[in-house]
Structures are given as C-alpha cells and as structure tokens.
Ligand binder design. Structure first.
Ligand SMILES: [Zn+2]
Length: 281
C-alpha cells in the first residue's frame, strides 16, 4: 500500500510539472509522455481499491473473498492506458500534417529530464520493495516505470532535433512514444488474460508436484491444480497413498504436504489435499 501511495504522488508531481511545460511549449512529444505518465499514476487508484477489497474477510456470498478484484482493476488500467496512447498518437499525427512552431524548447528538454528522473525514482523504489516482499507484479511495475523513463528521454532527443532545425522531430517522437506504449500494453494484456483464464506459471506446478511427491507416504501425485486469486495462490491436489493407511495417517500426510507446499510456493492461501488409494491415470 505504501509503495502504491509513493508511486502515485511521485508520478502525479512529475505529470503536473510536465503539463505546465506542454502548455508553454506546444510540444506533442511531451504531451504524449505526459498523458502516459498521468495514466500510469492513475493506475494506482484501482489497485488501491482492489487491495482494500481483497483485505475483507470472505462472506457467505463471496466464499473465496474478493481477491479477483485485483485482476478486474487490471482491465480498467489497460483501458485507461490504451486511451492515453490513442490520444497521444492522434495528436502527433495531426501535428505531422499541420506543423506548428514550438516555443521554450529548453523547457521541453528539461521536462523530459524531469520525466526520466521521476520514473527512475519510482522504478528503483518499486523494484526494491517488490523484491523485499516477493511481489513479481510490483517488480514488473518497476521495470515498466524504468522503460517509461527512457521514453521521457526521447522527448529530450526530439527537442534537440527541433533546435537543430528539424521541426518534425517533435511529432515523430510523439508518435514513437505512442507506439511504445501500445507495445508495453500488449505484455500487460497477455499476462492479465492469462490470470483471468486461471493460468499459472508452469514452474509453480513443477515445484508443487516436487514438494508433494517427496512428502513421506505419498506414492504419486494423481492431480494438481493451481490458480491465483489476486496475489494469493489457491488450489487442490489428489495424492495416492498406501491402501492400508488409516484415516489418522492420511490426516498427518495432508498436514505434512500442506506444510511443504507452503515452503515450495510463494503466497499460498490454501491448497486442498485429498488422498486416494488407487491410481487414476
Ligand atoms: Zn507506462
């Protein structure tokens, strides 16, 4: 939550400074970078709401809790970022065909540097916290912010191009930034689509299978299913045991298996382990 708040205010501050320079310069490259930084800052809001919802205890209607709100907020984020890229791209194309003189070019270059610094600060912070709390999503957000920092530097390149007597450098950089946003967005669409279809990283399944099959008393893993609900892992497993084992032994084995899964996988909420005496394959 603190990582979200700090990112939100750092990016909003960057956006306000950049927008002031858009107004005094008329640079579309800077406009593209600014609307993108603004939409990135806004992404903290639905995530914030989702985290608050996910903290609520399960009810008789939502027996798994509201962890999936995190994935739904991802859909909203994709829509906002896509809209920002369309607006920026359309403005840039319009300026390519209707060129307008730019003013205060040194300010444009300075605003590009501010965008780089703001994004890089957010990137360093997110990656550090993400590694500390084991959140792959936060680390990925950090890498996103670092990429955005380099798109802000492109604004500086565009401003220098205009100063050197190539006025189309500004809308061309604006268009390139819009395209870069779509490329970044495609990665988000893919990972979110996977989550909505209950996809997990195959490596997690390998680790869970290894942990279960090495639990004393387990003769084989017959079935194993995992899925993310928000950033918590749920699932079920069916393991084969000796037909002569007692109910008490089966209980003990399930407890040992659950303990091993907790060590082998990150953020396990609950993985139900059932036992069977016969092979299902
Ligand atoms: Zn971004």
């Amino acid at each position: 939550m603190r990582a979200l708040k700090i990112s939100l205010f750092a990016l909003l501050g960057t956006t306000v400074l950049q927008f002031l320079v858009v107004l005094i310069s008329g640079s579309v490259a800077l406009l593209a970078d600014t609307v993108h930084n603004f939409s990135d800052a806004l992404t903290a809001v639905p995530l914030w709401v989702a985290f608050l919802l996910a903290r609520r205890p399960a009810t008789r209607r939502y027996t798994y809790g509201l962890g999936k709100a995190e994935d739904l907020s991802g859909l909203f984020i994709i829509a906002v970022v896509a809209l920002s890229a369309i607006v920026a791209g359309w403005q840039s194309v319009d300026r390519l065909f209707h060129p307008q003189p730019l003013e205060n070019l040194w300010w444009v270059a300075a605003a590009g540097v501010i965008g780089f610094a703001g994004n890089e600060a957010v990137a360093v912070y997110r990656i550090r916290v993400g590694r500390k709390i084991g959140s792959a999503a936060l680390v990925a957000d950090g890498i996103h912010a670092r990429t955005d920092g380099f798109t802000s530097l492109a604004v500086v390149v565009g401003a220098i191009g205009v100063m050197l007597g190539f006025p189309l450098a500004d809308p061309i950089v604006g268009l390139l930034i819009s395209i870069a946003i779509f490329v970044l967005l495609w990665g988000t669409v893919r990972s979110l689509g996977r989550r909505l279809l209950d996809g997990v990283e195959p490596d997690l399944v390998d680790r869970a299978e290894h942990a279960l099959s090495h639990t004393p008393g387990v003769l084989g893993v017959e079935r194993l299913q995992l899925r993310w609900i928000g950033h918590r892992l749920h699932g079920s497993a069916l393991v084969r045991v000796d037909p002569m084992s007692t109910a008490a032994e089966a209980d003990e084995l399930r407890a040992a298996g659950a303990h091993r899964l907790g060590h082998a996988l990150p953020n396990v909420e609950e993985i139900t382990i059932a036992v069977t005496a016969r092979a299902h394959h």
